[in-house]
Design a protein around this ligand. Sequence first.
Ligand code: GDP
Ligand code: ZN
Length: 325
Amino acid sequence: MTGIVYKSTGSWYTVKSEQGDFIECRMKGKFRIKGIKSTNPIAVGDIVDYELEQTSDTVTGTINNIHDRKNYIVRKAVNLSHQMHIIASNIDRVFLLVTINNPPTTFNFIDRFLVTAEAYGIEAILVFNKIDTLDEVTLDEQLYMQHVYQQIGYKCLRVSAAEKKGVDDLKELMKDKVSMFSGHSGVGKSTLVNAMEPSLHLKTKTISEASKQGQHTTTFAEMYDLSFGAKIIDTPGIKGFGMVDMEPTEISGYFPEFFKLKDQCKFNNCLHKEEPHCAIKAALEKDEIAWSRYNSYLKILEGDDENYRTDIYGEDRAASDKTRE
Ligand code: GDP
Ligand code: ZN
């Protein structure tokens, strides 16, 4: 039988069957997945094959196969520097919530996030929230930001979670897909999810926020079915929508508008810095590439750890974890 992993607590996995039942499963034997050294062989979002095991009063399952993953996101395992922890897999879309003020979201932050999503192979969509709070000046800023990303080809939405505006468009993009939400703390993730599905209360708080409030949160990802046919993966307390180590020459491949032009650079290993006959610099001079994007590119290229790592909730990991493999 085949199902999808909705929750993992380390030794037990909650699997939803094709018929819609939830079955607590264990894993049979050891799985080795090509090319990944991970602390957890099975992650939320995995499609697995399992067999039912019936005792007198319980039905449990045994997982004996994992289907190939279309993508997965990882974080470095705590205290095990060479191992990865797979947070979730088979994610269709990640929505980055952006606010102009309260809190401000910078171009640089958005670009790092988008580069990471590109590297993971997950479609990223920008959701400008709190549009009800914009005045003349911040409205201009918001529209400009949106323009920059739409030009590149990223989908953008304008919403107000508080006033439930734009929520139907968002639901439409989530239908029949597995989604994740991301963005700085305070951008309105909880409010937005609540506007879509009032009965669902996600634990969308980071560990530090949760402990400030003295409440206990788990660090396990969990998938939820929403009433309009969407799936959402919540990752309470998990940091690390980052961890993608990139070669310098690889980085521009994750900027779609650079990628389109890079074959026209004179050197095929062009880093688009000082090299002559660089198609990206030429496009920049003609305002066909935004300077904000180029500046973000240079920062990532500089290779500071921070530039690679964006927390799922929008906080930089680098401050708490300086080591990188
Ligand atoms: P999270 O940390 O991303 O989950 O953010 P929250 O959902 O907790 O929202 C942070 C604050 O922003 C709360 O006080 C919300 O009421 C407020 N907020 C969220 N969305 C909107 C919005 O669209 N408009 C306005 N004016 N406030 C919002
Ligand atoms: Zn170049």
